[in-house]
Ligand binder design. Structure first.
Ligand code: ADP
Length: 166
């Protein structure tokens, strides 16, 4: 049986426990999973590509069949280069559906051999997004339990210039 390799693309700015939940689920059903950070997704990301890569690599090291990479350009081109058969995406709520459906159908038009697979995170993470994490943290709210401790530390360094608890 051939190995099934999947790509989990995203901005991961920053990585949340929702992303990690999906990575863990994906690692169980695919032989290999490549978490791929899109380098041109957002014009003004909070974390640089290298910072995001570093956090993801550290947090994914416990999954032996998960690799972390970056890519630019079309996802379908990157997926073909990596000989991947599937793209993994997360659906949190109905609000994700329309955008994700559009993307999946466009990717299918571009590359019919590539399947998009959707997974749902644990309910506890269904309201969680990188954008909200940044907003809550910036306004002084707690993001404990929503992002890995490493990410919390990096957020503190970014916003307060120190890793110490404030
Ligand atoms: P993008 O800019 O591609 O949406 P994100 O990093 O925001 O990048 O998300 C990458 C993928 O992870 C998307 O499919 C998104 O729906 C999914 N995702 C983001 N947050 C969660 C979460 N809390 N639970 C499940 N999936 C999520």
């Amino acid at each position: 049986m051939p190995l099934i390799r999947a790509i989990y693309p995203g901005s991961f700015d920053p990585l949340t426990n929702g992303h990690l939940d999906l990575i863990e689920r994906g690692s169980k059903i695919f032989d290999e999973l490549i978490v791929a950070i899109l380098s041109n997704a957002e014009k003004d990301p909070l974390f640089t590509l290298d910072e995001r890569l570093d956090m993801l690599k550290q947090m994914c090291s416990r999954f032996p069949n998960v690799q972390v990479d970056t890519f630019e350009g079309l996802l379908v081109d990157y997926a073909m280069k990596k000989q991947a058969k599937a793209v993994l995406r997360g659906i949190r709520a109905v609000s994700d559906y329309e955008y994700e459906l559009q993307m999946a159908l466009m990717n299918r038009k571009l590359q019919p051999q590539l399947e998009t697979v959707f997974m749902m995170p644990a309910e506890a993470y269904s309201y969680l997004s990188s954008r909200l994490v940044k907003e809550v943290f910036r306004l002084g709210g707690s993001v404990r339990g929503l992002v890995p401790e490493l990410v919390e530390e990096r957020l503190r360094e970014k916003f307060h210039g120190t890793a110490a608890r404030f």
